[in-house]
Design a protein around this ligand. Structure first.
Ligand code: PGA
Length: 256
């Protein structure tokens, strides 16, 4: 049985006050909640504060980050290395988010390089994949997801996916309130798993595949009732302790 993972991607949102209130709120909401891994990815700037607050709390929130560089150190202005993330206790690192692919022109190959670098440093990649609206309408969804995953498999072998997390996020559903239906998401998740199974059934069975894109407390239960949806990557709803915790609790309940 796969253990569900619900992760909050805070994107470019936060202040010391907000980080502090949100983490304290989550700590209170998640007390006694078992059976789900709950992670948050604040802006890198706030990892120090988040690490301190999580250390004081009881909820065992996992610390994550939203990006990483492909270099360990040196003249790379503005970038952050895996060791720096580790230094602040971050373990689950989002890579290949569609916003980075789009606004920072990150290619499948570049994202795969980040994936390898994270693994090399003992960190957990949260590999985002997903199709645009036009690709969806053209019936290319599964092919796009397969291509994005193959960039990792073809360079590092299917075993590299062992212990990693995949987040299927249809781009048209991100931040739009226009979520994929649970049935549609399940169909794509099953296809992604089947694609990985062509290389290794063992890895396919174990790999956590989250759904992301307008996940809210109101629709979370329907996703987690699906056999191939193992959690969620949550944007907007992760900025509120009560709604994010409600999503995490729904995953814990559904995957018992
Ligand atoms: P959303 O974002 O929940 O606000 O749609 C999800 C994401 O981008 O990870």
């Amino acid at each position: 049985m796969r253990h569900p993972v619900v992760m909050g991607n805070w994107k470019l949102n936060g202040s010391k006050e907000m980080v502090s209130n949100l983490l304290k709120g989550l700590d209170a909401e998640l007390k006694g909640v078992e059976g789900v891994d709950v992670a948050v990815a604040p802006p890198a700037m706030y990892l120090d504060l988040a690490e301190q607050l999580i250390g004081k709390g009881e909820s065992k929130i996992i610390l994550g980050a939203q990006n990483v560089d492909v270099n360990a150190s040196g003249a790379f202005t503005g970038d952050i290395s895996p060791e720096m993330l580790k230094d602040f206790g971050a373990s689950h690192i989002i890579i290949g988010h569609s916003e980075r692919r789009e606004y920072h022109s990150e290619s499948d190959e570049f994202v795969a390089k980040k994936f390898a670098f994270l693994k090399e440093h003992g960190l957990t990649p949260v590999l985002c994949i997903g199709e645009s609206e036009a690709q969806n309408e053209a019936g290319e969804t599964v092919a796009v997801c397969a291509r994005q995953i193959d960039a990792v498999i073809n360079t590092q072998g299917v075993e590299a996916l062992d212990g990693a997390i995949i987040a299927y996020e249809p781009i048209w559903a991100i931040g739009t309130g226009k979520a994929a239906t649970a049935d549609d998401a399940q169909r794509i998740h099953a296809a992604i798993r089947a694609h990985i199974a062509e290389k290794s059934e063992e890895v396919a069975k174990k790999v956590v595949i989250q759904y992301g894109g307008s996940v809210k407390p109101e629709n979370a239960e329907a996703y987690f009732a699906q056999p191939d949806i193992d959690g969620a990557l949550v944007g907007g709803a992760a900025l509120n302790a009560e709604s994010f915790a409600a999503i995490a609790k729904a995953a814990a309940k559904a995957k018992k």
